[in-house]
Design a protein around this ligand. Structure first.
Ligand SMILES: [Zn+2]
Ligand SMILES: [Zn+2]
Length: 346
């Protein structure tokens, strides 16, 4: 066994180099990586490792956090997995001791060790990784490692659906049809939301959204989103509005899109300041919530995929071998309209 990793050595420059095999602690498993999805955050670091001065990233670093692979070795305390099992890897390892970890809200742990971000201890774009068995989830025979790698972005959508209490018979608006918008669509549909209106500025993304069950699509480049949503909801607005585009402009529209008594869930990372109409929100008594990653989702997501309730496969649009990882990142960066999720194959 020989390990190799894709190192980000400079802006938009990845190089595959030999690296040591990871150490396998008593509670860890050694995983031979099979599939890793390229996330928007990976592309963000690829383009500018310091993200406009927000971070002080010391290159080289290894990217990647949406992964699945094959267990090849287990630590002496591991009872739940064995060599030959295929697993989806949950990328954030929390401390396990703080108030958030102990209350089950481990996504809020201040000392979480998450892949491909500071302190850069873990990352998936390498042939072998070592990871705590508690954060590796066995895939049933009918769930592929491609789907296993897609569980990470799906978990973001499912967590948003859970937190916003999405349920049978509701109406939802999803702003943005990128990977996270589509994962949110799959999640709320699975939870019984009957009418989903989804927006984007690219028709090809909206076509995928329709295939995945969106009831109405709005191209916000040619249509007034608020006007159309009010037409579709008898002037009331939607029970839940999900912002997944990470845009201040779309976030500013959410008070006009939501029904009185409804919920606004901000899922995308909105970097710019938002001019928010709190008078409208007050008058409607709206719950505005944010979401951060996810918690306690992987087993539920795997069962839903295995049972056929959620089809994540359609979101994986492009495949590239590990040897061509630079090209894979360039596709994710430059072909955003068509490449919803680029998956790297080992
Ligand atoms: Zn991701
Ligand atoms: Zn903790």
């Amino acid at each position: 066994m020989k390990n190799q990793a894709a190192y980000l050595i400079d802006k938009q420059k990845l190089e595959i180099r030999d690296c040591p095999m990871p150490e396998v602690g008593p509670d860890d498993v050694l995983i031979e990586i099979k599939h890793v999805g390229i996330c928007g955050s990976d592309v963000m670091f690829y383009v500018d490792p310091n993200v406009g001065g927000r971070f002080d990233t010391k290159l080289p670093v290894i990217l990647g956090h949406e992964s699945a692979g094959l267990v090849v070795e287990v630590g002496e305390n591991v009872k739940t997995l064995k060599p030959g099992d295929r697993v989806a890897v949950e990328p954030g390892v929390p401390c396990g001791k703080c108030e958030y970890c102990l209350s089950g809200q481990y996504n809020l742990c201040r000392d979480v060790d998450f892949m491909a971000c500071a302190p850069w201890h873990r990352a998936a774009f390498q042939r072998y990784i070592s990871h705590p068995a508690a954060f590796c989830f066995k895939l049933p025979d009918n769930v592929s490692t491609i789907e296993g790698a897609m569980i990470e972005p799906l978990a973001v959508g499912l967590h948003a659906a859970n937190r916003s209490r999405a349920h049978l018979g509701q109406t939802a608006v999803i702003l943005g049809s990128g990977c996270i918008g589509l994962m949110t669509l799959l999640s709320v549909k699975a939870m019984g939301v009957s009418d989903v209106i989804i927006t984007d500025v690219f028709d090809n993304r909206l076509e995928v959204a329709e295939k995945l069950g969106a009831n109405h699509v709005i191209n916000a480049a040619n249509e007034d989103t608020v006007k159309r949503v009010l037409e579709l909801t008898e002037g009331k607005g939607a029970d839940i509005v999900y912002e997944t585009a990470g845009s201040a402009r779309t976030t500013e529209k959410t008070p006009d899109l939501v029904k009185a008594g409804g919920v606004i869930a901000v899922v995308g990372n909105v970097h710019d300041p938002v001019n928010y109409d709190f008078m409208t929100l007050n008058g409607k008594e709206v719950d505005v919530m944010t979401t951060f990653r996810y918690r306690n989702i992987y087993p539920m997501a795997i069962n839903a995929i295995s049972a056929g309730t959620i089809n994540v496969k359609a979101v994986a649009t492009n495949f590239m071998p590990f040897e061509k990882i630079g090209e894979a990142f360039d596709i994710a960066l430059n072909q955003k309209q068509t490449a919803l999720k680029v998956v790297v194959e080992f």
